[in-house]
Structures are given as structure tokens and as C-alpha cells.
Design a protein around this ligand. Structure first.
Ligand code: ATR
Length: 288
């Protein structure tokens, strides 16, 4: 097995973002490469907005095998890529790029990762009433993939205009109605009465604001499935409230790991060691 040493043939992967220091991806991918004895290395690149175009060209010409894209570049990178897969194109955001001999192809593995996380937990989304809290980049990928799966969606967001904009886009693509509501307790209560699944796709509850939640146990019924995309802390206040109410919960670590696994497989062509990747993340989140 390889240790930290590189060779003359080491393939490079990485993540571009700003900030990028908090990213769990280097930890997760390097552990996976080492475990499988793959001659790859994964590094964080802090890239400022104004340097994005030049950076992407450099990654292309250096034949960096692939990279993840995080805040604030997920949408801005699109014009600099050669091709988009159809899901990334419809979502309008890219989180994974594969460099095929100088041709850059953009994917959105956030969407695939979210779906895989629900399926792994035995949660069916087709035909279910699902509330998506949030209308940012992560929420967009989730709402899109759920509509594609045939879920009945309500998007609830603090800024209602953003929710409406996404609802219109999704309705146009999938010819299905998507509800929207401004975020307040009354609306949450009403929507939760009919909901099967609640997804927090906002950043509320993320460390250091780990004591915040948009929904408390009083609003949650035991039959609800609650998915929080926040993975730090591992068990967010929302998930604790949901457990208290007797509901099934899914941690954001699952989406993080499965989006990473999907990217890993695109770069290496090898099945990702998901269990190990999850253990690495949980170990590190526990430290935070
Ligand atoms: P990301 O790409 O990680 O999804 P983003 O695009 O900045 O990040 O989106 C953050 C989401 O969290 C948005 O839906 C945001 O609501 P607004 O559209 O109203 O800004 C939501 N959000 C962040 N802080 C919030 C808070 N304190 N209360 C409610 N919603 C919040």
C-alpha cells in the first residue's frame, strides 16, 4: 500500500473554493486513496473569485485528474468547462470536474449523493410530500433531484423570491407543481401536518451556531423523516429535536460521504470505500 509518498505518476485531485480550509474532502479522499493503494493525492486550493478562470485553465493544462468545486465557484465555473452532464446542466451548478486528457466535464454529485443517502437509509421519495427548507446552492440540487424522482415538493425559504424562482425552474423542467412558502412557524406547522419528509438545506444549526434550529420537536410527528444537510455537528439540534419526537433522522454526513464517493469513482474508476470515508469524517467532526 502507498503511504504519503508520491511517485513520478501520481495523479492529482483537489478542491477549489474560498474559504477551503474547512473542507472535509482532503481527509476523506486521501484516506480512500491510501486504503485502496491508489497513486493519487488530493489537495485543497484556495482560489479567489477573480482568479477562477485562470485557475481552471491551469488545472486543465497540468492534467490534474479532477477536482471538487465549492463556495463561491459552483455556478461561476460553468462557462470555463467544456461539457456538463445533463443533471449539472439542469441544476445550473457543478461540484465535481473530471479532466479527461484536457477536456473538462462538470457534474453535480451533491444531487446524486443526497439521493443515495436517502436510498441507503431505506427512505422512498417518489410520491412523498417533502419540505425543502432553503433555496441556496445545496437546496437547488436537492429540490431538483427530488422533483426528478417524482416527489411533491414545498420549498420554504426566508427569502421567498428565491424559493419561487427555483419552483418555477423546476416546474418548467419536470412539468410538475412545486409549492413555496415564506419561512415562519405558522407555515411550517401547516406544511408539516401533511409532510412525509423534512429536509434542512439551509446552514442553520451549523457550528458555531449549533444551538439553532428552524424546527423544534413540537412540530415534528413520529412518522416524519428528518434529513439535515448540516454535518458539523454530527448530530445537529434539528436532529436531536426530531429524535425526541420519535422521528427517523439522517445526518448530513451521509450526503457529504456519498457525494464524495461519486466524485471518487468518476476520477479513479474504482468503487469508493464508503465506510472508511464516513469513519474519517465522523472522527474529524467529533473533534470540532
Ligand atoms: P449553500 O450553497 O450552502 O446552499 P447559500 O446559497 O448561501 O449556501 O444558501 C443558504 C441557505 O440558507 C439559503 O436558503 C438561506 O436563506 P436566504 O435565501 O433567505 O438567504 C438560508 N439561511 C441561512 N441563514 C439562515 C437563517 N438564519 N434563517 C433562515 N434561513 C437561513
Amino acid at each position: 500500500m502507498l503511504d504519503w509518498r508520491t511517485s513520478r505518476e501520481t495523479k492529482i485531485c483537489g478542491v477549489i473554493g474560498d474559504p477551503v480550509e474547512h473542507s472535509m474532502s482532503p481527509l476523506m479522499h486521501n484516506a480512500a486513496f491510501r486504503k485502496l493503494g491508489l497513486d493519487y493525492i488530493y489537495v485543497p486550493f484556495r482560489v479567489k473569485k477573480e482568479d477562477l478562470k485562470e485557475t481552471v485553465e491551469s488545472l486543465r493544462t497540468l492534467y490534474v485528474r479532477g477536482f471538487n468545486v465549492t463556495i463561491p465557484h459552483k455556478v461561476a465555473i460553468i462557462p470555463f468547462l467544456d461539457r456538463l452532464d445533463s443533471v449539472a446542466e439542469k441544476i445550473g451548478a457543478v461540484n465535481t470536474v473530471v479532466n479527461d486528457g484536457g477536456v473538462l466535464i462538470g457534474y453535480n454529485t451533491d444531487a446524486a449523493g443526497f439521493l443515495k443517502a436517502t436510498k441507503e437509509k431505506g427512505v422512498e421519495t417518489k410520491g412523498k410530500n417533502i419540505i425543502v427548507l432553503g433555496a441556496g446552492g445545496a437546496a437547488r440540487a436537492i429540490s431538483f433531484i427530488l422533483a426528478q424522482e417524482g416527489a411533491n415538493l414545498i420549498i420554504i425559504n426566508r427569502t421567498i423570491g428565491k424559493a419561487r424562482e427555483q419552483a418555477v425552474k423546476i416546474s418548467q423542467i419536470f412539468q410538475r407543481e412545486v409549492g413555496t412558502l415564506p419561512l415562519d412557524r405558522e407555515n411550517l406547522k401547516k406544511a408539516l401536518e401533511k409532510a412525509n419528509i423534512l429536509i434542512n438545506a439551509t446552514s442553520v444549526g451549523m457550528s458555531p451556531n449549533a444551538n439553532e434550529t428552524l424546527v423544534d420537536s413540537e412540530l415534528i410527528k413520529p412518522s416524519l423523516v428528518v434529513f439535515d444537510i448540516v454535518y458539523n455537528p454530527f448530530k445537529t439540534r434539528l436532529l436531536r429535536e426530531a429524535e425526541r419526537a420519535g422521528a427517523q433522522t439522517i445526518s448530513g454526513v451521509e450526503m457529504l460521504v456519498w457525494q464524495g464517493a461519486s466524485a471518487f469513482e468518476k476520477w479513479t474508476g474504482v468503487e469508493a470505500p464508503v465506510k472508511l470515508m464516513r469513519e474519517e469524517v465522523v472522527k474529524d467532526v467529533g473533534k470540532a
